[in-house]
Design a protein around this ligand. Structure first.
Ligand code: ADP
Ligand code: MG
Length: 258
């Protein structure tokens, strides 16, 4: 049994079918990538796993350790150790970054503390030292801690910030929705290195991306899946990412739309 299992998932938005029977299993310690044309349902999958209310589940199931999580709210899914790095992180003025992170970290310690042997930080200062190390790992300045969540961050800073949160929170499974989009070459490298740090903790990782570049920097990549028209149409090893980059999606008989 894998830690996270998506079984024959069908979803719709406003009556339009998006996922059409998607299957995927991710275990801790495994690194997966999903590639696929725009509009094929990659972000829908990520959001459905986290329980976004807009994505209606029509049939199929999402299981963590063999138990369905479909009836759980997003925060309860997070407490099982699921993490989503957004394709488009939103700005939340009024929510202090440092406060947000500390609350999230402490909440996760209550549910995952024993199983993961997580560090407990008594003082705010100790916690800040821990966060600063992670800010450093992604090349963000400590001053970000005193800002509101994502407010005024550049596109690249938002992306670095998402993986920084992932490092701080230490999920069991991290899903990263295009963590490399809009990043310059150096930023892609530092985001990949952050993912490598998470891999070292034994977490499972799912990277959704259009480009083989970020995948080349990962210390391991076990599976590459191609999603088209709402389902996984092909899975392979890391060579599949290179093949797709060289040949495009038409090679698999699917159109690159939009
Ligand atoms: P991908 O991430 O693979 O590019 P998405 O999962 O974002 O694709 O989108 C899949 C399809 O679902 C697209 O046709 C998109 O327009 C549609 N879609 C996604 N989110 C919404 C929404 N909130 N409202 C209406 N349609 C949506
Ligand atoms: Mg997307």
């Amino acid at each position: 049994m894998s830690f996270l299992e998506v079984k024959d998932l069908h979803t719709s938005i406003n009556g339009k079918e998006i996922l059409t029977g998607l299957n995927l299993s991710i275990n801790k310690g495994e690194v997966h990538a999903i590639m696929g044309p725009n509009g094929s349902g990659k972000s829908t999958l990520a959001n459905a796993i986290m329980g976004h209310p807009k994505y209606n589940i029509d049939s199929g199931d999402i299981l963590v350790r063999g138990e369905s999580i479909l009836n759980l709210s997003t925060d309860l899914r997070a407490r099982k150790g699921l993490f989503l790095g957004f394709q488009y992180p939103i700005e939340i003025p009024g929510v202090g970054y440092s406060h947000f992170l500390r609350n999230a970290y402490n909440t996760l310690n209550k549910s995952l503390g024993e199983e993961q042997n997580r560090e407990v930080f008594i003082t705010v200062r100790e916690f800040h030292e821990y966060v600063k190390k992670n800010l450093d790992a992604v090349g963000l300045d400590p001053s970000f801690l005193s800002r509101y969540l994502n407010e005024g961050f550049s596109g690249g800073e938002k992306k670095r910030s998402e993986v920084m949160q992932m490092l701080v929170l230490k999920p069991n499974i991290a899903i990263l929705d295009e963590p490399d989009s809009g990043l310059d070459i150096d930023s892609v490298k530092s985001v990949a290195e952050a993912i490598n740090k998470l891999i070292d903790t034994g977490a499972g990782v799912l990277v959704i991306t259009h480009y083989a570049r970020i995948l080349r920097y990962l210390k391991k990549l076990d599976y590459v899946h191609v999603v088209a028209r709402g389902k996984v149409i092909k899975s392979g090893g890391k060579e599949l990412a290179e093949e797709l980059e060289a040949k495009g999606y038409t090679w698999l008989g699917i159109e690159e739309d939009k």
